[in-house]
Design a binder for this molecule. Structure first.
Ligand code: SF4
Ligand code: SF4
Ligand code: SF4
Length: 200
C-alpha cells in the first residue's frame, strides 16, 4: 500500500487546485483516504497518471483518452497596468512574484510553475499565462516547487504575527540582492527609465 508521502512525491507540486483539492498533498490524501480517481491532475499529464496507476496497483484501460503532456508555462505581468495591490503575491504558491507595494509587481520566471492561481485574483486583469515551450529556460522542478510552497505557507503563518510589510521584506527568496535588483529594474521600467540593468 502506497503512503500519502509516496503519492505526493509523484505529483507536480504546482498546487494549482485543478484536481479539486486545495493542493497536491490534499490530492494525495484524497487518493489514499477517499479512493479519488488518479485522472485528476492535468499538470502531471499522462506520465504522472501512469506512475500513479503503478504505485496504486490500478489497471489503465488501453482505450483511455491519453492526457496531454504538460506545457512549460509562466505568468507574464503587464507592468504598465499593474497597480501593486499585492493580491497575486499572496496567492502565489512558489513566491514567484515580487514587487514594490502600491507600485508594480513582476514574475520571476525561474520560480513560476504557470499554475495560474495569480490570474483570477488580479483586480485589473493584467496577468497572462504564456507558453514557454520554445524557451531554453527550464520549468521549476517539482522538488524545488514543493520546497518553495512549504516556505510560502510558513510565511503566510508569519504574516499573522507581523505586518505584511515586515513579512514581505524578510522573504528569503534566493538572493535578496537579486530581488532588490529586479524590483528596482521593474520600477525603473514603469517610470520609463530603460537603463535599469535587469530585464526580468
Ligand atoms: S498539480 Fe495536480 S495534484 Fe497538484 S494541485 Fe494541481 S491538479 Fe492537484
Ligand atoms: S506567478 Fe502565478 S502562475 Fe506563476 S507560480 Fe505564481 S501564482 Fe502560479
Ligand atoms: S494582482 Fe495584478 S495589480 Fe495586483 S500586484 Fe498583482 S499583477 Fe499587480
Amino acid at each position: 500500500m502506497a503512503s500519502t508521502e509516496e503519492i505526493n512525491e509523484l505529483l507536480p507540486q504546482t498546487q494549482c487546485k485543478m484536481c479539486g483539492y486545495p493542493n497536491c498533498l490534499g490530492y494525495a490524501r484524497g487518493i489514499i483516504d477517499d479512493n479519488a480517481s488518479i485522472d485528476l491532475c492535468p499538470p502531471g499529464g499522462e506520465s504522472t497518471r501512469v506512475r500513479l496507476a503503478a504505485i496504486m496497483g490500478v489497471a489503465l484501460s488501453s482505450e483511455r483518452v491519453l492526457l496531454p503532456e504538460p506545457k512549460k508555462l509562466f505568468a507574464l505581468i503587464d507592468e504598465e497596468s499593474c497597480i501593486g495591490c499585492t493580491k497575486c503575491l499572496v496567492e502565489c504558491p512558489t513566491d514567484a512574484i515580487i514587487g514594490a507595494k502600491s507600485r508594480v509587481h513582476t514574475t520571476v520566471e525561474k520560480w513560476c510553475t504557470g499554475c495560474g492561481l495569480c490570474v483570477p485574483v488580479c483586480p485589473v486583469d493584467c496577468i497572462e499565462i504564456k507558453d514557454k515551450s520554445d524557451s531554453a529556460s527550464n520549468s521549476l522542478s517539482s522538488r524545488t516547487a514543493r520546497q518553495r510552497y512549504e516556505l510560502h505557507l510558513q510565511r503566510l503563518e508569519k504574516k499573522h504575527e507581523d505586518t505584511f510589510e515586515q513579512t514581505y521584506v524578510t522573504f528569503d527568496q534566493g538572493s535578496k540582492e537579486e530581488m532588490r535588483t529586479i524590483i528596482e529594474a521593474v520600477v525603473a521600467r514603469k517610470n520609463g527609465n530603460e537603463d535599469s540593468g535587469y530585464k526580468g
